[in-house]
Design a protein around this ligand. Structure first.
Ligand SMILES: Cc1cc2nc3c(=O)[nH]c(=O)nc-3n(C[C@H](O)[C@H](O)[C@H](O)COP(=O)(O)OP(=O)(O)OC[C@H]3O[C@@H](n4cnc5c(N)ncnc54)[C@H](O)[C@@H]3O)c2cc1C
Length: 394
């Protein structure tokens, strides 16, 4: 019997004198951004996080905010652009209200081509991006090196996307948690949610170690672990982990000013000279750690983009799990269970899409009209199979 099925008959836990309106499972960027947006809308949220806020992918991402480079169609571009604008506002708010810096910078991005075939692809990409109104400029190799002198002499052409940006994910996660807590959100850390409990098509709460915590509204934002939680109405394979390995180096002066994409990877340089080289995309389940193969691929890409990085000191390396989905689109919005919402599956773009996801969730929870750009993210598209666990709870 699943934990979700057991829970209704078990001990009822209380959530203090003023129970939250909404329980959020997971304190990554999706959980924290949703909690803050809900607080801004006057809704009290409680975040249940099995470790600490930002423990998983959200603090281990590179921090590229690339709505144009990552867009997969008009709605995804618009959502990314809106989220980038929200990042700029949030960075200002964190500074003004909490004296916190998150490293937000509209540094721009160069996508480079290292051979003729890639250069031809850039011509097509430029046309497609221009058609959507994105600011983009195509450069030959010499012009690209004039902007970024450390670029390889092998770079034949590049696209300059001046509006793309970067942020420092660990600082962003700390700022989101601080701002959310000050806005009235409560966090319970070290709290493992065993299942979501629902009955007769309506959510009743979440199953914790000690029993049922009742809630009329639950948002599951558990990243790569979302569809493993009992009672979440998704087939187990719908959300899955995609491991990414990153290497952090430092150079003086900073190797690049802009984010540089190419050769199947990227180099993201902070203004102080730290540079993140990424990344692998591996389906290895929840196997943590870095591998010789992964690191050598990442380092080969980085030194193809900037040969001088071969002499850079390695500061750190790590891996984490992007929440992938079967159709490569996030799952954001209501489920077939009344009162149960999902905010997950953002794969490579969760840092970019965190703020707009928070906004979409706040609108959905408060019953506002659904955002037309977010309709394609409706979790109900993924399957119509019977909910596991809590679906039969009595
Ligand atoms: C190497 C790498 C580089 C990346 N670079 C970028 C980038 O440059 N730009 C970008 O936009 N995105 C990037 N991403 C993607 C981004 O990191 C993710 O899409 C995003 O962080 C997902 O956020 P999340 O809140 O859904 O998941 P997570 O951050 O994984 O948070 C989920 C949380 O839920 C908690 N949890 C899980 N199960 C339970 C449970 N049962 N009970 C309680 N808590 C639970 C976990 O402990 C965790 O804290 C990168 C990812 C990786 C791995």
């Amino acid at each position: 019997m699943s934990s979700a099925e057991r829970a209704p008959g078990a001990t009822r836990l209380t959530d203090g004198d003023a129970p939250a309106d909404v329980v959020i499972v997971g304190g990554g960027i999706m959980g924290c951004a949703s909690a803050l947006a809900l607080a801004d809308a006057g809704v009290r949220a409680l975040v249940l996080e099995r470790a600490v806020p930002g423990a998983e992918a959200s603090s281990h991402a590179a921090g590229i905010l690339g709505p144009a480079i990552e867009a997969r169609g008009g709605a995804s571009l618009r959502l990314g652009q809106r989220s980038l604008a929200l990042h700029a506002q949030l960075a200002e708010r964190f500074r003004a209200e909490h004296d916190l810096e998150v490293g937000f910078s509209r540094c721009g991005l160069l996508e480079v081509a290292l051979d003729e075939a890639e250069a031809a692809r850039l011509v097509a990409r430029e046309a497609a991006l221009r058609a959507t109104g994105v600011r983009v400029e195509r450069l030959d190799g010499a012009a690209a090196r004039a902007l970024e002198p450390s670029l390889s002499p092998g770079v034949e052409a590049a696209l300059l996307l001046p509006d793309e940006a970067q942020i420092e994910p660990p600082r962003l996660l700390r700022a989101l948690a601080v701002a959310a807590e000050r806005a009235g959100v409560r966090f319970r850390t070290g709290e493992v949610v065993r299942g979501v409990v629902h009955q007769g098509g309506r959510v009743r709460g979440v199953a914790l170690e000690g029993g049922l915590l009742e809630a009329r509204t639950v948002v599951v934002a558990a990243g790569s672990w979302t569809s493993l939680i009992d009672g979440v109405p998704l087939a187990r394979e719908v959300v899955y982990p995609v491991r990414g390995q990153l290497v952090a180096t430092v150079t003086r002066p900073p190797v690049f000013r802009r984010v540089v994409f190419g050769a199947g990877g990227y180099v993201l340089t902070r203004p102080d000279g730290r540079a993140l080289c990424g990344s692998t995309e591996e389906r290895v389940g929840f196997e943590r750690g870095v591998t010789l193969g992964g690191l050598s691929a990442v380092l080969a890409t980085a030194t193809r983009l900037a040969p001088s990085l071969a002499g850079a000191r390695v500061l750190d390396h790590w891996s984490s799990f992007r929440p992938g989905t079967m159709d490569d689109l996030p799952l954001v919005g209501p489920t077939d269970v009344d009162g149960l919402f999902l905010a997950t599956g953002h794969f490579r773009n969760g840092i970019l899409l965190g703020p707009v996801t928070g906004e979409v969730i706040a609108r959905a929870v408060t019953g506002a009209a659904l955002d037309p750009d977010a309709l394609g993210l409706d979790p109900r598209r993924t399957n119509r199979t019977a909910p596991r666990g809590g679906g039969t709870a009595g």
